[in-house]
Design a protein around this ligand. Structure first.
Ligand SMILES: NC(=O)c1ccc[n+]([C@@H]2O[C@H](COP(=O)([O-])OP(=O)(O)OC[C@H]3O[C@@H](n4cnc5c(N)ncnc54)[C@H](O)[C@@H]3O)[C@@H](O)[C@H]2O)c1
Ligand SMILES: [Zn+2]
Length: 308
């Protein structure tokens, strides 16, 4: 059954109902396999259908984007958007299997290929300094989508995500931390503010640069490291400033992106927990962010983008 790709399939429950109907009509049961072939958005929607039909059919994911192969496809979450809240309606359900096929990556439009690399930079920064060095050294190959480099980048990134889920002690996120969501509080808000004109990975790249600069301003990260991080992201093809960053609520109110902090906390409940950087390869959790320093970090990104 073909379904639309991208956020469209997550934005309307009609697609979920149609897929659920297909499961019903074909009398699939808990021993049946649902095979989903597509990007992260489509996998999220089909995952919800598989997890809830008869309380759970077996799901095989075949991710077809960089982001889905190195991050979302190897995770345990699924969801669709409701009441204009991203991922409001979903469950945790590990897939039966995930099949990553490099041929899909070769078919991807360049913009999607670049976008997914933000998650590799993200997980390298919080977990694996050697991987960050590798990304720096192979940035040219990655820009050219050299197959061996792409394959290794995807494999290492997926491994680091899976390790967190398997060994991090909280696979179903019952606490207040989202340890893999470095750079994501701003990213999710930027996606919404731009009505998804920014791809998830593009917003994550901006969120990473913002939180890296913030980490320096907050005295957590050595000055200069944020320049390295920004340089790698730019080398890979990301733009690290978007006008939505300086948009103000009601025109002259607080920065609109700051609402992302509240929404980030509300998604899990409990205490605000944001991952920042104590070094390259070393994430650190904080429970408050200084709005003036966030504004200063945004001004830094804006100045950089204006520099010749
Ligand atoms: N469940 C999780 O843990 C998790 C984690 C991170 C992100 N996500 C979700 O993943 C989604 C983003 O996923 P994405 O970045 O894969 O983008 P996407 O699913 O929106 O796909 C992007 C576009 O590429 C197209 N496409 C997919 N594969 C293609 C191919 N091989 N060749 C040509 N075109 C192709 C799609 O049809 C779509 O138009 C978001 O909804 C995000 O919330 C989920
Ligand atoms: Zn992400």
């Amino acid at each position: 059954m073909p379904v639309p790709g991208g956020e469209v399939v997550k934005n309307d429950l009609h697609f979920v109902e149609r897929m659920q109907r297909l499961v019903f009509d074909h009398r699939l049961d808990r021993h049946s396999f649902v095979i989903a072939v597509g990007g992260g958005a489509m996998l999220d929607a089909v995952g919800l259908v598989a997890a809830t039909s008869h309380r759970g059919l077996r799901l095989i994911r075949v991710p077809t984007t960089v982001l889905a192969q190195n991050d979302s496809g190897v995770g345990v979450k699924n969801a669709v958007n409701l009441y204009e809240v991203k991922n409001f309606c979903g469950t945790f359900a590990p897939p039966f299997a995930v099949l990553n096929d490099a041929d899909f990556i070769a078919m991807l439009p360049p913009r999607e290929r670049i976008a997914g690399m933000a998650e590799a930079v993200k997980v390298a920064l919080i977990r694996d300094a050697d991987f960050f060095l590798w990304l720096e050294r192979h940035a040219d190959d990655l820009v050219l989508s050299e197959p061996a480099a792409m394959a290794w980048m995807i494999r290492r990134c997926a491994e680091l995500h899976m390790r967190q889920i398997a060994q991090g002690g909280d696979p179903f996120e019952t606490g207040s931390a989202r340890p893999l969501d470095f750079g994501h509080w701003a990213a999710h808000k930027l996606e919404a503010l731009t009505r998804h004109h920014l791809r998830h990975g593009e917003a994550v790249a901006i969120g990473i640069a913002l939180d890296a600069r913030y980490s320096v301003l907050a005295g957590l990260l050595a000055p200069g490291e944020e320049l390295r991080i920004a340089a790698l992201l730019e080398h890979l093809g990301f733009r690290l400033y978007h006008p939505a960053l300086t948009q103000r609520q009601g025109g002259d109110g607080p920065l609109a992106v700051l609402a992302g902090l509240r929404e980030f906390r509300e998604h899990l409940g409990g205490e605000l927990t944001v991952t920042l950087l104590a070094g390259i390869g070393r994430g650190i959790e904080v429970h408050a962010m200084d709005e003036a320093l966030v504004a200063a970090a945004i001004a830094w990104l804006q100045d950089r983008s204006a520099a010749p």
